[in-house]
Design a protein. Structure first.
Lengths: 198, 196
């Protein structure tokens, strides 16, 4: 009898503990992408600062054996470049070419490392990527500006956040492909541009 | 049993602290356990296709932001990681392993050694892996890779001096159905040979 009483007395406190634990768990998981200090975007920003590139294309050094590389779990067979963008004021334009043979992957990430768009060289038009990235307002403005005139050359993409990064990966099937792919990626362009005046 | 007021406050405080610790513990445990839900498992090979989609679950997002990865899109590539051999025993740098075909259908694949934290292992071969294009094959198209600290003829990978390592099989533009569990018979076998 006495034990049952004590248990009944203890039960509400135990339930309260579990409820608080569940809430803390959910909140901490949901907040992790905003709070994590070393997410992919932060790592790339640090890397760009270290190499002294303020804007545009950042070529990623191939990881050397025994090192962690700029981002973890990247396939070392990739030749990689990243574009860190900020479209809060102006839209962003990316141009890159493929070589028609090797595997190219173009991936768009929001801060936190969440991927929101991904294409490969199979969807490149005549071996080229030509993509405009903007928020809804900018894309709409572009759409209005080009009404009825020349056919649209580029792919238009709405970004979910105003900051993020685009990752260009080219797979070097053999070591001998590396130099040629590096040259190709170096010639990719990514930059902000002014919206046409209305 | 009646409680004096301060004892009630004391208990409430205790509950708050215990709840906080328990909740954070649950977060750490769940984030260390993988990348959220819907893992694909084929023998020792495990992949998490959910990290490569825009509407990934909160756990996958939390893990990716914590590790600092930028996972490929699901339709671009899929990374399978093996931390054990085909019998389920953890991979050990002191042992020799034999990796044999097949490999799932994909436009390209690479198969290599990674550190548990995703970095590259220093090793005497100067190589981290093989790709579907540069691996030496048998006449019938199959392949075998020797994984050993000692020099081997043919395809050779070495974990260097490390005891702990993982294997990464990366499939690019694979036709593998990510909604169904894959067949382990279509994945490379990892057989333990001898241990030093």
């Amino acid at each position: 009898m006495k034990i049952a009483d004590r248990l009944l007395d203890f039960l509400p406190w135990a339930l309260a503990t579990l409820m608080i634990a569940a809430m803390v768990h959910l909140v901490s998981v949901l907040l992790m992408p905003t709070l994590a200090p070393k997410d992919a975007y932060a790592r790339l920003t640090d890397y760009a600062k270290k190499t002294g590139i303020a804007e545009g294309l950042v070529m990623l050094e191939p990881p050397s054996l025994g090192s962690a590389g700029v981002l973890p779990f990247e396939d070392p067979s990739f030749v990689e470049a990243a574009c860190l963008y900020d479209i809060s004021k102006r839209p962003y334009h990316l141009k890159a070419s493929t070589d028609g043979d090797n595997f190219f992957a173009l991936s768009f990430y929001a801060t936190g490392g969440r991927i929101y768009h991904a294409i490969t060289d199979r969807s490149a038009i005549k071996g080229k990527f030509d993509i405009i990235l903007g928020n809804e307002r900018q894309i709409e403005a572009l759409e209005n500006a080009s009404d009825g005139s020349a056919p649209v050359q580029e792919v238009r993409l709405t970004a979910p956040t105003s900051r993020g990064f685009i990752f260009i990966r080219a797979l070097a099937k053999r070591n001998s492909d590396v130099t040629h792919l590096q040259e190709l990626l170096k010639n990719a362009r990514c930059e902000n541009f002014e919206l046409p005046k209305e | 049993m009646t409680l004096r007021p301060y004892a009630l406050f004391f208990r409430a405080g205790l509950v708050a602290i215990a709840g906080l610790l328990l909740g954070l513990f649950a977060t750490v445990m769940s984030l260390n356990a993988g990348y959220g839900f819907n893992a694909l498992q084929a023998g020792p090979w495990v992949a998490w296709p959910a990290v490569g989609v825009p509407n990934s679950d909160p756990y996958a997002r939390a893990v990716v932001s914590r590790t600092g990865e930028a996972p490929l899109g699901r339709d671009q590539g899929l990374t399978f990681i093996a931390e054990t051999d085909s019998s389920g025993a953890p991979l050990d740098g002191a042992c020799d392993y034999l990796l044999t075909d097949p490999s799932p259908a994909a436009r390209f694949w690479t198969l290599g050694i990674v550190r548990p934290d995703g970095g590259l292992l220093a090793n005497p071969t100067g190589r981290y892996g093989y790709s579907s294009a540069d691996i030496l094959r048998h006449d019938n198209g199959g392949f075998r890779i020797m994984l050993s600290q000692n020099p081997q003829s043919g395809n050779w990978l070495s974990p260097g001096g490390a005891r702990k390592f993982s294997l990464a099989l990366r499939l690019y533009e694979t036709t593998l159905d990510t909604d169904a569990q894959p067949n382990a018979d279509h994945f490379p076998k990892i057989t333990k040979l001898a241990c030093a």
